[in-house]
Structure formats: structure tokens, C-alpha cells
Write a protein that binds this ligand. Structure first.
Ligand SMILES: Cc1cc2nc3c(=O)[nH]c(=O)nc-3n(C[C@H](O)[C@H](O)[C@H](O)COP(=O)(O)OP(=O)(O)OC[C@H]3O[C@@H](n4cnc5c(N)ncnc54)[C@H](O)[C@@H]3O)c2cc1C
Length: 391
């Protein structure tokens, strides 16, 4: 029979939210165990585009509300962590781009032009030209306007690796989870029949949260899944590009990020409007043909002849949206010792951790004196989709 474990905080789900929280808590002296049923970061996190949003994209909705949103501060917090002097030491995590760009293939609608010139975005959105343009847009045929956003793009696999290193001996591969009750109250979880008692239990299981809550006999907080149908292109002629391409609507027509493949080639990962509703309804071959047409029209100088293509279906997991849910903050709900939430964005993992830590502080939860952990079975690392689909 496996030993009984006692820990300060038991976390379930090792995507960016669980891993970041785990590293913050350990740095503050808390003992933690982080349970993962599949791979580290392999849910949404490693499938994300790695953009550390500061909220500038919401300029498109005309809904940027400024510093009151947690997201506005995220680029600074990540930048400090990446430099090794922030709330976590993320030195060694690969920065893919110092900036993300907004690119309008035609002339900008008048309201956007004045918005970009307004005080609200000054210093966060600056127009760039000539050799300041991203390499993939440096062609004499390029027409349009490009704005540099003060937002980073990070290499998520190297982030997950670093956060896994910071997790020390606290990672546990576990499949079957049941509640551990005492006098009808939740005091921990049984993970593959091993009892783990904890002062607090945090569920950060992404799309797995609803099923997990059901296993614990709970139906709240309710979650929603937002399906996406992303496109992956890999080829020797692709140059780095990190940009939202504006269309006529309030969502970017295309969001392109560029990622290093293990064989040294670049991968373009395409999301934005193309990956949403209509894109989700398309069959993979149709989705690839749509992307090829878009790129040929927008960037005719890019050689797509030797490019290999694939698509990836993946759901974003979020709290069920209500009028009360603000999209630019992490979400956390509490019920006794149990805390459940979603960061809603990779960029907001620090905000998710803040919310859990404030709840612990409010309740006077202090680091206890837990016995050293026994050797635990470790979950494997998540693999980027392009390594699986276009090896
Ligand atoms: C295509 C795409 C692009 C995106 N791009 C961006 C972007 O550029 N910038 C940005 O800020 N955000 C982006 N996002 C959103 C971002 O990826 C997510 O908000 C974030 O990764 C969620 O992190 P998480 O830790 O909550 O979830 P996940 O990364 O999904 O992690 C949850 C973990 O819980 C585990 N789990 C599930 N059930 C159980 C169980 N019963 N027991 C144990 N473990 C369990 C899963 O295996 C998984 O590892 C994107 C999302 C998608 C899908």
C-alpha cells in the first residue's frame, strides 16, 4: 500500500497554471504535490501560441480598459521572471520574440488609426517601418501598416521544462482521483489509492476540470470549451513572424507565431479568426487550403512550395462566461479547502497564482512541517504538436 502523504498544498493539473503556482508556493516555503494524469504542459499550454498578451489585442474591440485589468501588467512580470529577477527564476527559458506585431494589410479603418494614436495605447503600440519590420514582412511588395506591441512571445516547451525543474520532487503521475473525506469534509485526495492530505487543494486541470469535479461530487464552477482548428506549416523558406493580421472584424483574421522544430526548421502556427467557428467546421484538408489561400494573398513572396502542412484541433477551457466574468483576469472559485480555476490565458498564470496565494494568506495558511516526500512516479513532458504531426 503506498504511503500516506501530508502536504501544505495539493495541486491537480500540471499545465502552466498548476506548474507556475507550484513554483511560487515552493519558493515561499510551502510543501506541495502536483498531480498530472497525462503530460506536463501537454493540455493547452504546449499547444498555445506563447504570446504574453498585455491586452493590446483588445484594442480591436475598442474595449481596452487600461491598467485595472491584470493582463496589462503581465508582460512586465514575465520579462522580470525571464531575466531571473522576478517572482520566479525563469532564466534559460527561450524568448522567441521581444515583441508581437499588429499588421494591417490594407488601410486601417479610421477609428483604429485614431485609437492607435491615442493616449490609451501610447508606448504599448508603436508603428514600425523598413528594417524594423519583422523579417517575413521585409519585401518590397509589402504594403500596409505594422504596429509593434509591447508583448513577448515565449517558447512554451522550454518554459514547461523550467517550471518542471522548479517543481523538485513534488511531481506525481496519477490517474485515478477520489475525494478523501473526514466528517463529510474534503481533507485531501486519493490519487491511485494513495492518500494525500493537504491544507488546501487546488484544481487547475484545464479541460479536465469538469470531469474531475464530477468525481468529487461537485458541479460548480461550470466550465466551457471553446474549440479551435489551428494550422501548422513547416518549411525551410519560412522566416520568423509574430503578428496578428487585421481583417475587417474585431478579431485578428490570422495570428501567426513561429516556433523552432527539433530539426532546425521554423514552424508557422496559425490561429486567429481562421481557427474559430468556420475553421472548426472545415475538414483538415479544407482548413489547410484556406490557410494556403490566405498566405498566398497576404504574403505572396513567401515560398510555400516546400512547406508541409497539418492541422490541430484543440479546445480552450475556461469558466462558463457570464456577465460577471472578465476575460482579462484569471478565474478562481473556492469551496472549503478546495480552490478551482482557470488562468484563461497562458499569460495570466501569474495572476492565477496571485489569487490562490491571496486566498491562503486571507485564511492564515502557513507553510507546515511536512515530512520529506517518498520517491514518486513522474509524469512525462508534453511534446509540441508539430513534432508529433510533422516530425
Ligand atoms: C491553440 C491555442 C493557442 C493559445 N494561445 C495563447 C497565447 O498565445 N497566449 C496566451 O496567453 N494564451 C493562449 N492560449 C490559452 C492558454 O493556452 C491556456 O489558457 C493555458 O495554457 C491554460 O493553462 P492550464 O494550466 O489551465 O491548462 P492546461 O495546459 O490544459 O493544463 C491542464 C492540465 O491538467 C491535466 N489534467 C486534466 N485532468 C486531470 C486529472 N483528472 N488529473 C490530473 N491532471 C489532469 C491535463 O493533462 C493538463 O496537463 C491558447 C490556447 C490554445 C488552445
Amino acid at each position: 500500500m503506498p504511503s500516506v502523504i501530508s502536504t501544505d498544498v495539493l495541486i491537480v493539473g500540471a499545465g502552466v497554471a498548476g506548474l507556475w503556482l507550484n513554483a511560487r508556493l515552493r519558493r515561499q516555503g510551502f510543501s506541495t504535490v502536483l498531480v498530472e494524469s497525462a503530460t506536463l504542459g501537454g493540455g493547452q499550454s504546449v499547444k498555445s501560441q506563447g504570446i504574453i498578451h498585455g491586452g493590446a489585442k483588445y484594442a480591436l474591440h475598442g474595449a481596452l480598459t487600461g491598467a485595472s485589468e491584470a493582463i496589462a501588467d503581465m508582460p512586465r512580470r514575465w520579462r522580470e521572471a525571464l531575466a531571473g529577477d522576478g517572482e520566479l527564476d525563469l532564466s534559460g527559458v527561450r524568448l522567441l520574440s521581444e515583441a508581437h506585431y499588429l499588421w494591417s494589410p490594407g488601410t486601417l479603418a479610421g477609428n483604429l488609426t485614431s485609437f492607435f494614436a491615442s493616449k490609451a495605447v501610447r508606448g504599448r503600440v508603436d508603428q514600425v517601418k523598413g528594417d524594423q519590420l519583422p523579417p517575413a514582412l521585409q519585401d518590397k511588395r509589402f504594403k500596409g501598416k505594422v504596429y509593434r506591441l509591447a508583448e513577448l512571445v515565449i517558447d512554451v516547451p522550454s518554459l514547461i521544462q523550467r517550471l518542471a525543474d522548479l517543481a523538485g520532487d513534488g511531481l506525481l503521475a496519477g490517474q485515478h482521483i477520489e475525494p478523501l473525506l473526514e466528517d463529510g469534509l474534503l481533507v485531501g485526495l486519493k490519487v491511485d489509492a494513495r492518500e494525500i492530505r493537504a491544507q488546501r487543494i487546488v484544481i487547475s486541470a484545464g479541460a479536465g476540470t469538469a470531469t474531475l469535479l464530477e468525481a468529487l461530487g461537485l458541479s460548480q464552477p461550470a466550465m466551457q470549451r471553446r474549440p479551435l482548428h489551428m494550422i501548422i506549416a513547416k518549411g525551410p523558406g519560412l522566416k520568423p513572424l509574430y503578428a496578428h493580421c487585421l481583417g475587417g472584424g474585431t478579431k485578428p483574421r490570422l495570428t501567426i507565431t513561429t516556433h523552432p522544430a527539433a530539426d532546425g526548421q521554423w514552424v508557422w502556427y496559425l490561429g486567429g479568426d481562421i481557427a474559430e467557428a468556420e475553421g472548426v467546421a472545415r475538414e483538415p484538408a479544407e482548413q489547410i487550403a484556406t490557410a494556403q489561400k490566405e498566405l498566398a494573398q497576404l504574403l505572396p513572396w513567401i515560398d510555400l512550395d516546400t512547406v508541409q502542412w497539418a492541422t490541430l484541433r484543440v479546445d480552450r477551457a475556461e469558466p462558463l462566461q457570464t456577465g460577471l466574468t472578465r476575460p482579462d483576469n484569471a478565474f478562481l472559485a473556492e469551496q472549503g479547502r478546495l480552490l478551482v480555476g482557470w488562468p484563461t490565458k497562458l499569460a495570466l498564470a501569474p495572476d492565477f497564482a496571485d489569487r490562490v496565494i491571496s486566498a491562503l494568506q486571507r485564511d492564515g495558511i502557513q507553510p507546515g512541517h511536512s515530512a520529506p516526500l517518498p520517491e514518486l512516479p513522474k509524469p512525462p513532458m508534453g511534446i509540441p504538436a508539430w513534432e508529433q504531426l510533422l516530425p
